[in-house]
Design a protein around this ligand. Structure first.
Ligand code: SF4
Length: 456
């Protein structure tokens, strides 16, 4: 029993747990109808008790305040698909999982089906062991300017461009060391992802040299996917795209976020809508096989008609992947501070998310990865859609955390996954100056940790 919890105007919350032959959890809030549930076959009782308490509170509060509960029920984590994968690992059938999602986690039918769809598509990409093959992420923490909603490692070239050469020199050392280790241990690299920042801020011979080194040191016989984030279209010239294509990159991201010029200016992006069309056409012209486009829902001043226009314009280009983000409040509050215009309720947000899903379906795409963020506007989710056979394997591995990902470069996050499913995260410095200064000294220790983990 937890007798002292209070909320609202001093209402008393009481929780009683009876672990007899069955597990009974009762939740009551003074002034409201109590809620009780009995489980006859709860195996992991501690987990089940927590879930039941959350469900009880959700039900009582929704009834007493006449609120419609979130379609995500009591699931608050960033990676809800992990719940489905864990249940599959435990041997539950798809039918039982659906029931569990609806009855224990209180998901709406729509979200339960979405989660199961996504998990079903991801399953074939899982490997029996987490450390062979691995994936490699390389962070290039530079951008032309900083978008006002940005929460990534991204330093504007106009103020930090003088750090680029030092950064690239340190990155070369790190790539060489990791490449040597992977060859020595005979490990394959399944996916390579160049992110940031905007890696295509690096141009000319610097870009050629970087991609050549990645090709020689990290690309292996089993590499199935090589992605370069080319998010800012103003960085994409014919020359840059040709260098990328010749290096064997199979997937790029060109991210308009919106197809409204006024919003682009308001959120601090330097490029125009025309830059998006030009970059996309050039990328197709040089033969990049897969192009992803990102959009953000809930940007300042944008309601359903503006989102629909963006979706129509993107559809006319015909990308292979579409990633639909809902603006996160953390970013939104920075935007709000600057612009005082960001507002989106759940219903408005849900209408935008549904509309984006409809357009993705018209493009022949299906959802293949999904995540939520804290403070996401409208309590919604971010969804990656792909046409058949173009789902990004890196995005799946990164999101589901069943494969070791070695993070290099600025802000590069290494995720060391063990066979028992445990995970250790370790991040490189985000700031290019700190990264350059510290890399040489940090490298032996990082390599030792990688060696121990990968050969363990
Ligand atoms: S392009 Fe992406 S990484 Fe660069 S500033 Fe904008 S949001 Fe941040």
């Amino acid at each position: 029993m937890v007798p002292h919890a209070r909320f609202g105007q001093g209402r008393l919350v009481t929780i009683e747990v009876d672990r007899g032959e069955s597990l009974t959890v009762s939740v009551s809030v003074s002034g409201c109808e109590p809620w009780t549930m009995v489980d006859w076959d709860a195996l992991d009782q501690e987990r089940r008790i927590k879930e039941r308490i959350r469900l009880g509170l959700l039900r009582i509060l929704a009834a007493s305040y006449d609120l419609s509960p979130s379609p995500w029920g009591i699931l608050t984590g960033v990676r809800p698909t992990k719940v489905v994968h864990a249940l599959l690992d435990a041997g539950l059938s798809w039918q039982d999982i659906r029931l569990e999602l609806i009855e224990i986690y209180a998901l709406s039918l729509e979200k339960a089906d979405l989660l199961m769809d996504v998990a079903r598509r991801q399953r074939p990409y899982f490997h029996p062991a987490p450390n062979n093959p691995v994936s490699v992420y390389i962070g290039i923490p530079f951008c032309p300017t900083r978008c006002s909603y940005c929460s990534f490692a991204a330093y504007p070239m106009h103020s930090h461009g003088h750090l680029l050469q030092g950064f690239l020199a340190a990155l070369r050392l790190e790539i060489s060391a990791v490449g040597r280790l992977l060859r020595e241990l005979g490990l394959e690299v399944e996916t390579i992802y160049l992110g940031g920042g905007t890696p295509t801020t690096v141009t000319g011979s610097d870009l050629t040299q970087l991609l050549n080194q990645i090709g020689t040191e990290l690309h292996t016989a089993r590499t199935r996917e090589y992605t370069v984030e080319a998010g800012r279209p103003e960085t994409l010239s014919l020359e840059t795209l040709s260098v990328i294509r010749e290096a064997g990159v199979g997937r790029i991201s060109i991210n308009p976020q919106t197809m409204h010029g006024s919003t682009l200016s308001a959120i601090g992006r330097q490029h125009t809508v025309e830059d998006v069309y030009r970059a996309f056409d050039l990328a197709r012209e040089v033969g990049i096989p897969m192009i992803n486009m990102d959009i953000i829902l809930g940007l300042p001043g944008e309601k359903l008609p503006q989102v629909e226009y963006t979706l129509q314009e993107i559809s006319s280009l015909g990308p292979d992947n579409l990633t639909v983000h809902s603006l996160a409040m953390k970013r939104a509050s920075r935007l709000k501070k600057a612009l005082d215009v960001v507002e989106m309720g759940h219903e408005q947000g849900a209408a935008m998310v549904n509309l984006a899903g409809e357009y993705a379906a018209l493009l022949g795409m299906v959802p293949y990865y999904l995540y939520r963020q804290r403070h996401i506007l409208g309590g919604l989710e971010n969804i990656g859609y792909a046409t058949p056979k173009t789902a990004s394997i890196y995005n799946i591995q990164m999101m589901e955390e069943r494969q070791t990902i070695i993070g290099l470069g600025g802000g590069g996050m290494t995720k060391l996954v063990s066979s028992d499913g445990s995970l250790v995260r370790e991040s490189n410095p985000k700031c290019p100056a700190t990264y350059s200064q510290q890399m040489k000294a940090r490298l032996p220790q990082k390599m030792e940790r990688l060696r121990q983990h990968l050969s363990g």
